[in-house]
Each structure stands twice: as structure tokens, then as C-alpha cells.
Design a protein around this ligand. Structure first.
Ligand code: 3PG
Length: 349
């Protein structure tokens, strides 16, 4: 079990706290489409403000190439101001642009507007560290990234885990230690370069690995070759075929997936297995059939990833899952037994 430093023991009254939050949420034309990740982070923010800390919230949104306006965190500034009955003022913290939300709360603009963030540049990490006395990470979804605001800064000032991060690590580590079997992992969605190695790693923990969505479409042959090469104990792998429109897996494979799901005692799901955008009313798509099947099965189910969680929320089935993780890639990496840099830097194992 991973021991994370307990935020409740931190001396933060009157101190400046750098809160690495999960701000990577779906935003379209400046409108927030799903605020699950922000909601999950409110407990830690309220705790810090309630303890008299001056909080600087920072995080990233999407994968911008330079300073792209559509990836600005301004909608998040407005969201926070609304939550705290306040208003947004443009401001600066050190050399970082951002917004003042209340006298005690600043939000920095998207850290990925600076290439140094993802490069984990030591000078950049130092600049971030110089803004605060204490560092708190409450962004579980990014702990698999060794970036400046996740790893670099944490090594430089006293550091703690926020409540959301702590809960995620506890629940998922427990699951990893003793899962009820058969354990089935369903992987879909995009982000192929993140997920491809994870499909392979999942063989060590799962009994069945079911792959759909874009990753099935683009890496079917590769996945099968990878699978053949694994020696010793390995899970059964099923990579779905896609329909002629390439919008979904075939209904035949959706049926096959459901049969395996119904034989399972634990389900882990990350990534829609076909296109779901704008199809929230459509009960014929495979992601709906799977969601409905899992939700009504009574099987212990863990779901994670922004797109999957957003979709389940829209179709009203999210509450039927046993545990909802804010992480996608991070959840799968933790469950595959990987050591995650953002967690390692915070605690001892
Ligand atoms: C996520 O949404 O999984 C995290 O925010 C990580 O995003 P990334 O894959 O762009 O690093």
C-alpha cells in the first residue's frame, strides 16, 4: 500500500499553497461540458481555504501546441468564481498569467502553454516552487506524467496529497491487491500511444482484456502480435471488429463483450468503445449496451476517464458503477502495477 502524506497534518494557516488540480475537462466553445473532475476537487480546495491558506490553483487543459486560445482555463476561472460567489479579475502571480478569484485564491493559466511544463524543466519547476510554501497534488488523472507541476515542484517544497488523490490511490490499490475474479478490463477511446502499452500490461492482472473503439480499429494486428509474444500466464484478449462506418464495434462483438462481462466478478472500464458524442439518446450503440449491462449486473465495477465518465453521466448510469475514477490512463497504469511518478514523489511505498 502506498503511504501518502496526510494533508490534515499540514501547517497551512497563512501559508501559500500551490494546488495542482485536475482541470482537464471537456470544454466546447468556452462551455464546460462535464464538471466531474472539478467537483471532485472542491473538497480539498475548501479545506485549504477553510484553514486560512492562500491558494494558487494550477493545472493543464488538453494538449495545446503553444498558447492556443481554445485551451485557455478562463471557463474554469468563471466556474470557480461562481462556486465561491465571487468574480474574476485578470491578474499575475510572479511571471504567470492567471485570474484572481478571491483575495485568497488565484488560478494560473494552462501550464501546458509553457513547453517547459511537459519537459519537466528544472528552472521552470523552481519558478513554480517559488510561488508557494507548500505543494498539494489533487490531480489523480495526471500522476502518470512526470511533468514540472506534478513531479519537479513536489521535490522542492513540502508536499501533500489532496483528498481526491488519496481516495483514488486507496480504492484502486486495494482493488489491485485482491480483485474478485474473473476480472475483466475494457479499453476503448483514443489516446492510442498511452493505451497500447497498457493493454499489454493488463495481461498481468486481468483474466479478460476487451478492446474496442479507435484503438481496436488502429492497432488490431499489432495487439494480436503483442499478445502472442507474451509468455506465461496471460489474460484472454478480444479485439473487436468495427462496423463498416467505423463508428462502433459490430453488434456481434458487443454481444461477445456482454457475455464475458456477465461471467465476470470485477469490471474495469476506460474509454468508450465507439463514437458517443451526440448519441446520448441512442440505446443501440455498443457503449450504451455495455454500460446498461454492467450497471444492471450487480458486478463490482470501476470506471474511469473523462470521456467515459462524461458519457455515463449523460445517459444517467454513472451512479450505478461501484467506483468512479477521475483518471483514465493514470487509473489503468496504477492498476497494471506501474509506479506512477506523481505518486512516488509524494510518498514512500
Ligand atoms: C487525462 O485526461 O487522462 C489527463 O488529464 C492526462 O492528459 P494527457 O494524456 O494529455 O497527459
Amino acid at each position: 500500500m502506498i503511504n501518502l502524506p496526510d494533508l490534515k497534518t499540514a501547517q497551512i494557516n497563512g501559508k501559500k499553497v500551490f494546488l495542482r488540480a485536475d482541470l482537464d475537462i471537456p470544454i466546447e466553445n468556452g462551455i464546460i461540458q462535464d464538471d466531474t473532475r472539478l467537483e471532485e476537487g472542491i473538497e480539498t480546495l475548501n479545506f485549504l481555504l477553510g484553514k486560512g491558506a492562500h491558494v494558487i490553483i494550477a493545472g493543464h487543459l488538453g494538449r495545446p501546441e503553444g498558447k492556443e486560445e481554445k485551451f485557455s482555463l478562463k471557463p474554469v476561472a468563471d466556474y470557480l468564481a461562481k462556486k465561491l460567489n465571487s468574480s474574476v479579475k485578470e491578474g499575475r502571480v510572479g511571471e504567470f498569467e492567471g485570474w484572481q478569484i478571491t483575495p485568497e485564491l488565484y488560478l494560473l493559466e494552462n501550464l501546458r502553454f509553457y513547453p517547459e511544463e511537459e519537459a519537466s524543466d528544472p528552472v521552470f519547476s523552481q519558478k513554480l516552487a517559488s510561488l508557494a510554501d507548500v505543494y498539494v497534488n489533487d490531480s489523480f488523472a495526471t500522476v502518470h506524467r512526470a511533468h514540472s507541476s506534478i513531479v519537479g515542484i513536489a521535490g522542492l517544497i513540502p508536499h501533500y496529497a489532496g483528498f481526491m488523490l488519496k481516495k483514488e490511490v486507496e480504492v484502486l490499490s486495494n482493488l489491485l491487491e485482491n480483485p474478485k475474479r474473473p476480472l475483466t478490463v475494457i479499453i476503448g477511446g483514443a489516446k492510442i500511444e498511452t493505451k497500447l502499452p497498457l493493454v499489454e500490461k493488463m495481461h498481468q492482472i486481468a483474466d479478460y482484456v476487451l478492446v474496442g473503439g479507435k484503438i481496436a480499429q488502429e492497432t488490431k494486428v499489432l495487439l494480436k502480435v503483442q499478445h502472442e509474444k507474451i509468455e506465461g500466464r496471460k489474460s484472454a484478449l478480444m479485439v473487436a471488429d468495427l462496423n463498416p462506418q467505423m463508428s462502433d464495434i459490430t453488434s456481434n462483438d458487443a454481444e461477445n463483450f456482454l457475455q464475458i462481462i456477465n461471467m465476470s466478478q470485477t469490471i474495469i472500464w476506460n474509454g468508450p468503445i465507439g463514437i458517443t458524442e451526440g448519441l446520448e439518446e441512442n440505446h443501440e450503440i455498443s457503449s450504451f449496451k455495455l454500460a446498461y449491462g454492467i450497471a444492471n449486473s450487480g458486478i463490482y465495477s470501476v470506471v474511469g476517464g473523462g470521456d467515459t465518465v462524461g458519457y455515463l453521466k449523460k445517459i444517467g448510469l454513472l451512479g450505478k458503477f461501484s467506483f468512479v475514477s477521475t483518471g483514465g490512463g493514470a487509473m489503468l497504469e496504477l492498476l497494471s502495477g506501474e509506479k506512477l511518478p506523481g505518486i512516488e514523489v509524494l510518498g514512500s511505498v
